[in-house]
Design a protein around this ligand. Structure first.
Ligand code: G1P
Length: 242
C-alpha cells in the first residue's frame, strides 16, 4: 500500500506501524485478545510505503508523487475519505473483476442529483444509463461542472483502477479546477488514447470528508458493530436531548 501523505499526518504511519511499547505491555499483562487486535491492524502480506506530498497541489499531483513506486503497472487509487460498504464483494474487488474483463482503466461511478455535480468529477458515457453492476465506455470526464455543463449525472467516487499511462498525462497537466492538478483532467486525456470504463458499483458510499457524511458513517458503523452495536442502537432509540 502506498500512502501519499503530508508532514502533519504522522498518525496514519503510526496506526499501521507496530508499537513495541504497547505490545510488550499488553503481553506482560496477559491481554492477549488486545494484543492480537494491535498486531493485526495491517493485513498479512501487506507492507506500507509512505510518500510525502510537500505541497497540496491536488489529487493528480498526489497520484504523481507515487509514480516511481508504482512503476509500469496498473494500480488502484483509493480516496480514504470516500468510505464504501458493499456486502460480500467490496467496491475495489468488483472493479478488479471488471478490469480483468476489459484490461483498461476503470472508474467507480454513482448517480448524483443534478444540484450536486459541482462536488464531483462527472463522467460522460457512450450510453444514457448504466445499470447497477454494469459499465460503459467513458467519453469525457469534467471536474466539478455546473449542473448545466454536466455531461451526465454519474459522478466518479474515490476508487480508480488506472493504467500507468496516466502518469504521462498527469506530468503534462496544468492546474485546473480550484487551482489544483486534477486527476480528472489527466483521465480526460487518457481516455482519448485508451479505453476508460465507468463502472456503477454495488454499495453505499459515505462522504467522510463532510461533517454530515462522517457522522452518518460513525452512527451506522456503530449500530452494526459486532461488540457494541445492539447497546449503541438501544442508546440512540432512548436518547432524549432537552
Ligand atoms: C475528488 C475528485 C473528484 C471526485 C471526488 C470523489 O474531489 O477530484 O473528481 O468525484 O473526489 O469523492 P474532492 O472530494 O477531493 O473535492
Amino acid at each position: 500500500m502506498i500512502f501519499v501523505t503530508s508532514s502533519s499526518k504522522h498518525a496514519i504511519e503510526n496506526h499501521f506501524d507496530s508499537n513495541f511499547e504497547l505490545e510488550s505491555k499488553l503481553a506482560e499483562s496477559g491481554k492477549n485478545e488486545w494484543l492480537e487486535i494491535v498486531r493485526n491492524i495491517l493485513p498479512h502480506g501487506v507492507s506500507c510505503v509512505y510518500v510525502r506530498q510537500a505541497n497540496p497541489l491536488g489529487l493528480g499531483h498526489a497520484v504523481l508523487c507515487a509514480k516511481d513506486i508504482v512503476g509500469n503497472e496498473p494500480f488502484a487509487v483509493l480516496l480514504a475519505d470516500d468510505l464504501i460498504t458493499s456486502g460480500s464483494k467490496n467496491c475495489l474487488r468488483q472493479m478488479v473483476d471488471v478490469y480483468s474483463k476489459v484490461q483498461s482503466s476503470v472508474l467507480a461511478v454513482q448517480p448524483v442529483d443534478l444540484s450536486e455535480t459541482e462536488k464531483y468529477g462527472i463522467v460522460g458515457i457512450d450510453n444514457t444509463d448504466i445499470e447497477l453492476g454494469n459499465y460503459a465506455k467513458t467519453t469525457t470526464i469534467v471536474e466539478k461542472p455546473k449542473p448545466k455543463d454536466a455531461p451526465s449525472q454519474f459522478a466518479s467516487i474515490g476508487r480508480y483502477i488506472l493504467t500507468p499511462r496516466i502518469f504521462h498525462f498527469l506530468e503534462n497537466t496544468s492546474k485546473g479546477a480550484v487551482g489544483e492538478i486534477q486527476l480528472t483532467d489527466g483521465i480526460d486525456k487518457l481516455l482519448l488514447e485508451q479505453d476508460v470504463f465507468s463502472y456503477r458499483f454495488y454499495g453505499k458510499r459515505y462522504d467522510c470528508g463532510s461533517k454530515l457524511g462522517y457522522l452518518t458513517a460513525t452512527i451506522e458503523y456503530g449500530m452494526q458493530h459486532p461488540e457494541v452495536g445492539k447497546r449503541f442502537t438501544k442508546y440512540l432509540q432512548d436518547l432524549k436531548i432537552d
